[in-house]
Design a protein around this ligand. Structure first.
Ligand SMILES: *[C@@H]1O[C@H](CO)[C@@H](O)[C@H](O)[C@H]1NC(C)=O
Ligand SMILES: *[C@@H]1O[C@H](CO)[C@@H](O)[C@H](O)[C@H]1NC(C)=O
Ligand SMILES: *[C@@H]1O[C@H](CO)[C@@H](O)[C@H](O)[C@H]1NC(C)=O
Ligand SMILES: *[C@@H]1O[C@H](CO)[C@@H](O)[C@H](O)[C@H]1NC(C)=O
Ligand SMILES: *[C@@H]1O[C@H](CO)[C@@H](O)[C@H](O)[C@H]1NC(C)=O
Ligand SMILES: *[C@@H]1O[C@H](CO)[C@@H](O)[C@H](O)[C@H]1NC(C)=O
Ligand SMILES: *[C@@H]1O[C@H](CO)[C@@H](O)[C@H](O)[C@H]1NC(C)=O
Length: 921
């Protein structure tokens, strides 16, 4: 079956690596359609080209996927239509499936050139084609989302097949070939029964069908002997269903496909209609944990990262699913079981992709968004997420591709496709944390504090075991403590929440600034106990400093011990917080000495604040949509705002709220600065009272930063105030435009919307011939990469006036210049007897020597004007009456020309008559 089509000429480009970007990225000639990573190579298919890059994204080579199709296919297989035309046509190979087949040392690439087409390439040199064939593997439509991956099926020996899961349309879309069934297993090798790419098995050819309706496959993978496939089943009359299929990969193709069982994934009760957008399996297990990005309402906006246990349930009958089957059941099968989420890990708008990596006891999620961000979220074994952290943020709104992969060489970079770019983003930047406390607060499972380096590093960069790292589960504080009072002795029990290397553990000690009784037990990691020599605590509290030693690392913690029974008063949230912070125990609205265990101050959050303020309310914030640089002087309106001290801004599930002081107060409005944000997305704002309670909940939306693409006109006169229109994106966030010749002057926008902004140019002195623009957004000054030319002011020389019925037409003369002034930029008045008559601007005419602006003064008794008043920008010029010479010329033009024409006509007629008379003679 091996056939080579000699007419298919693929051109090798071998371009130099010119596109490597400074921040670890590569820009391609077109948008990324597919990519795959194997060992130290990254393969990327765009619409027109296939690229081979090394793991650090240096280009090895690229190949044009456009060739001239001339071949005819001698093989006639009824299952697939083949290209039989012999006329020459240009064809692009649109790749739908790109699979590095590592064991076989090949790269399989399948897609569409008019119809199905596959190639087997040398993975070290993609220009070496080992095999090519017109056969349909995967979707027959270019650009269609096909799921394809290699599966190992255990037979006598392990056989590898390509599993393809294809979008199903109803009715099937027209195509040059048959619509493939929903799930198929294709051969990968020639020696397999039916040869390479065939669907056949020893006995038959089987596929899994979609029983009724559409299906869109999102993801799939194999773990051990189980295959998992995820799809959306959209429907016009019902809500979208998210389906999981389990297959057992054993015996042979047929039995693998016939082992089909499945479940429905339901995000929330009544949450049918939610849609799966992207997915990632969590390495490790059993149980098999999997995370999916779901759109809650089926749209793109409202997205959640949800965790499921998808361990296969093989108890039910195989191949008896109502939605899929090798043979569809005649009567309706019973609905599949429903799986419910274990946890909702993250809520953020526009999530588009996810990658999950296990790192020690933590799972780290890398989340791509529709507005070009890569967010890292570490989650502990109890599914408690830490603060999300933005690893990469594009300035614009390019959507992250649904698939992201890890660099297989160092496992420390994420490949993040952004339209026509591939970014290689480091998973962590440990060196930014310069002390243990900062390191601890970041909760980054990739980093450790390396004692011998006295710095934060990746775990494998710390050579010895003298390291400390964050604990295996989420903890609110690094050091917690309790104070107990039993039989006249005060015991301070302190615990440090860290994991440590062997050397750090064996060198653990604590030192207290207060003398401890000799009865105190010795330190035992992670605890130290001090029985105080004192038996009473002063009312103002006892300050205690604790120094820890862990290997070569020293830590220090300042505490203040209080007599717990003295923390009393009305049970308010303030008192509760004071009690917990003092290491005491809060129960039944009373603060008392602790009796073991550690409490966190979450118990206080539910309580009413004790002090009686009028409860503030927020009705709006203007503006409420800002760029990620924030906004100065935003206005918050509402009621009872007089006691508000700060505005708190917090993202959903974000543990580090920002607080902004209030600038200017009335009971119903206040001004504050909306702080800059790391992430784009929606945050909630509430107003803080002095007792720490926060009221109200309005949304602020952070979006991309403004950018400019063009200006009209491209020049200004030197006296300034020419109205300029900037076009670009997100221009409504611009607070002012600056010119580099006079940066201190910020021109506020006259008028803006997201696409256009108009402003007035500043004046310049005669030395300035051009100036570049900057946009002021909050505290940032963004370069605009647009230059504006400065030319001398326009020079108006004279005017003429002509009566046209009841109106007077004025013709204004200007010396030619490069300003390209339009009539709309001018205002003209005729002045006569102390009165001003507006002149309605009309057309502009240009000749070589002069520019003319024509306007009309309507319904005026005057035919003559003493002078004209002409304004442009901020300038007003007065133009004197036309000179005598001008008047003469004008008069001649008006009076003489008709006269001459009349004379010519008369002469002509006269001559004709003369000729006629002569002929008659
Ligand atoms: C194929 O397309 C290329 C570029 O679009 C063009 O230069 C070439 O002439 C075309 N060849 C044929 C046979 O149409
Ligand atoms: C790939 O192979 C071709 C010919 O087989 C050779 O000309 C080319 O230099 C090779 N490219 C690389 C990057 O090795
Ligand atoms: C890979 O598969 C091809 C096609 O079946 C076969 O000819 C070749 O020997 C295999 N190579 C290896 C290294 O297994
Ligand atoms: C705490 O305060 C109570 C009441 O003021 C007092 O009786 C008790 O002795 C104090 N205990 C300590 C340890 O200071
Ligand atoms: C701008 O800078 C000022 C002064 O440093 C600061 O108070 C304000 O919060 C900043 N504004 C924003 C939006 O970050
Ligand atoms: C406070 O707000 C009032 C009214 O909005 C305004 O007139 C005043 O200038 C503002 N003061 C400051 C310091 O911004
Ligand atoms: C921006 O200006 C362009 C050109 O004047 C116009 O076509 C477009 O509609 C404007 N956009 C908006 C949102 O006003």
């Amino acid at each position: 079956m091996l056939l080579l089509l000699p007419g298919l000429l693929f051109i090798i480009c071998g371009e130099p690596a010119r596109c490597l970007e400074e921040n670890g990225g590569f820009t391609f000639d077109g948008d990324i359609r597919h990519f795959a990573v194997a060992a130290n190579t990254v393969y990327v298919a765009t619409e027109e080209k296939l690229y081979q890059l090394s793991h650090d994204l240096t280009l090895v080579q690229s190949l044009s996927q456009r060739g001239i199709l001339t071949g005819s296919d001698p093989i006639n297989d009824a299952h697939f239509s083949r290209v039989t035309d012999t006329d020459e046509r240009n064809a692009t190979f649109g790749v739908n499936i790109l699979l590095p087949f590592v064991e076989n040392d090949t790269l399989i690439s399948c897609g569409v050139i008019e119809c199905g087409y596959c190639e087997v390439l040398d993975p070290r040199n993609i220009s070496n084609v080992l095999h090519r064939e017109h056969i349909q593997v995967g979707s027959p439509w270019t650009g269609s989302a096909s799921v394809g991956f290699l599966v190992d099926v255990e037979q006598q020996s392990t056989e590898t097949y390509i599993l393809t899961a294809n979008q199903q349309y109803e009715p099937a879309e027209k195509s040059c070939s048959l619509t493939p069934e929903a799930v198929n297993l294709h051969n990968t090798k020639h020696h397999q029964k039916g040869s390479i790419f065939s669907l056949s098995d020893a006995r038959s050819t089987t596929s899994i069908k979609r029983c009724k309706g559409n299906a869109e496959f999102v993801d799939g993978f194999q773990i051990n002997l189980n295959i998992y496939l995820f799809s959306n089943l959209p429907s016009s009359d019902e809500k979208n269903k998210v389906r999981l299929i389990w297959l057992e990969a054993k015996t042979n193709k047929l039995e693998t496909l016939e082992s089909l069982r499945g479940a429905t994934l339901r995000v929330s009760d009544g949450g049918e209609g939610s849609k799966l957008l992207a997915s990632a399996v969590i390495p490790g297990g059993p149980p098999v944990l999997w995370s999916g990005v779901f759109s809650v309402d089926g749209g793109q906006t409202n997205t959640e990262l949800v965790l499921f246990d998808i361990s296969p349930d093989l108890s039910g009958d195989p191949d008896a699913d109502p939605d899929f089957g090798t043979v569809c059941p005649l009567n309706t099968a019973s609905p599949p079981k429903t799986l419910k989420p274990k946890a909702v890990l993250f809520r953020q708008k526009y999530m588009t992709s996810v990658l999950a990596v296990r790192q020690k006891a933590w799972v780290v999620f890398f989340i791509g968004t529709g507005d070009g961000q890569l967010i890292k979220l570490a989650v502990d074994k109890n599914y408690h997420p830490t603060c999300p952290r933005v690893l990469y943020r594009a300035n614009d709104d390019r959507q992250v591709f649904p698939k992201m992969l890890l660099d297989q060489v160092d496992l420390k970079h994420v490949y993040m496709p952004l339209q026509n770019q591939m970014k290689r983003v480091p998973v962590s930047d440990c060196s930014t944390y310069t002390n243990v406390q900062d390191y601890w607060s970041a909760q980054d499972p990739y980093c450790v504090w390396c004692g011998s380096h006295n710095s934060c590093t990746f775990e494998d960069d710390c050579q010895d075991t003298d390291w400390i790292s964050i604990p295996d589960d989420f903890q609110p504080k690094m050091v917690s403590y309790r104070v107990t009072d039993g039989s006249g002795q005060i015991t301070l029990n302190i615990q440090i929440h860290l994991t440590v290397g062997q050397e750090a553990r064996s060198n653990f000690a604590c030192q207290f600034s207060e003398p401890c009784s000799t009865k105190s037990p010795p330190p035992q990691f992670p605890q130290c106990t001090c029985i105080l020599s004192k038996s009473t605590l002063p009312a103002e509290g006892l300050p205690v400093t604790v120094r820890f030693r862990l290997g070569t690392t020293q830590l220090r913690e300042e505490l203040k011990l209080f007599n717990c029974s003295e923390i009393s008063g009305p049970p308010t949230s303030v008192l509760c917080r004071r009690c917990i912070e003092a290491g005491c125990s809060w129960s039944k609205s009373i603060c008392s000495w602790a009796d073991g265990g550690v409490e966190d101050d979450n118990v206080c959050q539910m309580m009413e604040s004790g002090i009686n303020f009028f409860k503030p309310e927020i009705s709006s914030i203007t503006p409420s949509v800002v760029s990620f640089y924030g906004r100065n002087h935003a206005v918050l309106s509402g009621y009872n705002l007089s006691d508000v001290t700060r505005v708190r801004i917090q993202a959903d599930m974000d543990c580090t709220p920002h607080e902004s002081p209030v600038w200017n107060h009335t009971g119903v409005t206040l001004t504050f600065h909306i702080p800059s944000a790391n992430t784009k997305g929606t945050v909630n704002a509430c107003v803080l009272l002095p007792d720490g309670s926060c009221h109200g909940n309005v949304k602020i939306i952070y979006q991309s930063s403004p950018s400019c693409t063009n200006i009209v006109p491209r020049s200004s006169w030197i006296s300034g105030k020419r109205k300029i229109t900037l076009t670009g994106s997100h221009l409504d966030f611009v607070e002012g435009v600056m010119h580099n010749h006079i940066l201190q002057e910020v021109s506020p926008p006259r008028n803006t919307n997201h696409q256009n902004l108009t402003y007035d140019t500043p004046a310049a002195d005669k030395k300035v011939s051009s100036s570049t623009l900057f946009l002021k957004v909050a505290n940032e000054t963004l370069p605009c990469s647009i230059t504006i030319n400065y030319y001398p002011d326009p020079e108006f020389t004279s005017f003429t006036s002509t009566r046209m019925g009841s109106n007077v037409r004025i013709t204004l003369q200007k010396k030619p210049d490069k300003l390209e002034m339009t009539p709309a930029e001018l205002s003209v008045w005729g002045v006569e007897g102390g009165n001003q008559y507006p002149c309605v601007m009309g057309a502009k005419e240009t000749s070589n020597e002069m520019d003319f602006f024509i306007c009309e003064i309507q319904r005026t008794p005057n035919a003559e004007f003493q002078h004209l008043k002409v304004t442009y920008g901020d300038k007003t010029v007065t133009l004197g009456p036309p000179s005598l010479l001008h008047q003469v010329i004008l008069t001649l033009r008006i009076v003489l020309i008709p006269f001459i024409v009349l004379a010519l006509v008369i002469i002509c007629r006269w001559q004709k008559r003369l000729t006629a008379e002569t002929n008659a003679l």
